[in-house]
Design a protein around this ligand. Structure first.
Ligand SMILES: [Mn+2]
Length: 335
């Protein structure tokens, strides 16, 4: 994505005053950091901006949002009845439906909706979509946009973006990390944010139940015959039993990539009436392609798909079938 696209993104945004920024459901630090930083930046330009999400911000992310930019949809509708939305910006996803059931219904009627994202996109409706698949994180795109808007970084703008990139690159270890990523990181660090604190605030603030569930899940990790595929599963009952939440388990899958022979890491996570399959690789096997074959999508190193789970459906069968298909993909890609 060239500079001209940042310019047209800037031109688009500057046309409107009343703006809502949202992101995908169960948002990670990339979605949240991107919307928080963009919101604070646009407020510096005098825009009337709010971040509105399907759910309220989890306590553990509050430090990224010093101006309390994020409101749940429910709260927003109660407290901003008169807000005349002119533009909706959706970050870190390219599908309206991913913003959540209530949120996508709320957004759909608005005339001006744009997407800022780094996930591969099939280019239908292109024009409203500002996609840079080369960016390591949506936070990197937002950083470039803020620079294009001519707004200098300060610590409040920098910390959410730094954290977004940290999380989405699994601490700078994915193939999407480029010199552009590090150039931006250098500019963010020049504001004085501290790397150790930023790291510990996001990775080092887990609760004991997070550790216990992780131990339980990793203990039951399985691999196929030649150890090229490793997978873990989290059932709904386990979330309740360990008093943890979906979002807290995002990074569990990364632990599988330390296995010596592993090419593809999989995590099957039971959500409300569905199973989310997340896929990771070191980048040499394109898990985005596998996810696409299974009805989802994503990057070469990080992708996902979702299986609906009608009542009485066999979870184990979904897992077995998926592993079989992934194995077939690996065999075929060798030929
Ligand atoms: Mn992202």
């Amino acid at each position: 994505m060239g500079e001209d696209i940042y310019q047209s993104l800037k031109d688009t945004i500057l046309k409107y005053n009343n703006i809502i920024i949202t992101t995908h459901i169960v948002p990670d630090a990339d979605g949240l950091g991107s919307q928080i930083s963009l919101c604070m930046a646009l407020r510096k330009l005098g825009k009337n901006v709010h971040c509105v999400n399907e759910e309220a911000l989890l306590d553990r992310y509050e430090y990224l949002d010093p101006e309390k930019t994020i409101l749940s949809l429910e709260k927003f509708l109660k407290t901003h009845k008169e807000f005349k939305t002119e533009l909706v910006i959706i970050v870190d996803t390219n599908k309206n439906s991913r913003t959540g059931l209530k949120m996508s219904q709320f957004i759909s009627p608005f005339a001006n909706i744009i997407y800022i994202d780094h996930h591969p996109y099939d280019r239908k409706n292109f024009g409203q979509h500002f996609i840079d698949v080369a960016a390591a994180a949506t936070g990197q795109i937002i950083g470039s946009l803020i620079k294009t808007l001519g707004i200098p970084f300060d610590q409040k703008l920098a910390l959410p973006l730094y954290t977004a990139i940290l999380i989405d690159t699994n601490t700078f270890r994915y193939p999407t990390v480029s010199s552009n990523t590090h150039t931006l990181i250098a500019e963010l660090l020049e504001t004085g944010i501290r790397t150790t604190k930023a790291y510990n605030d996001i990775y080092g603030a887990k609760k004991l139940h997070h550790m216990h569930l992780l131990g339980h899940i990793l203990k039951n990790c399985q691999t196929n015959k030649d150890n090229s595929i490793a997978w873990i599963c989290i059932n709904k009952e386990e979330f309740d039993q360990y008093k943890t939440d979906l979002e807290d388990t995002h990074a569990y899958i990364n632990n599988l990539l330390v296995l010596e022979e592993v090419k593809i890491a999989c995590m099957f996570r039971e959500e409300d009436k569905r199973i989310k399959l997340s896929l990771r690789s070191h980048g040499d096997v394109d898990v985005g392609e596998i996810a696409q074959e299974l009805g989802g999508g994503g990057h070469a190193h990080s992708a996902a798909t979702v299986f609906e789970l009608p009542p009485g459906h066999d979870k184990q069968k979904i897992i077995e079938n998926s592993i079989k298909k992934i194995e077939e993909y690996l065999i075929n890609s060798k030929n």
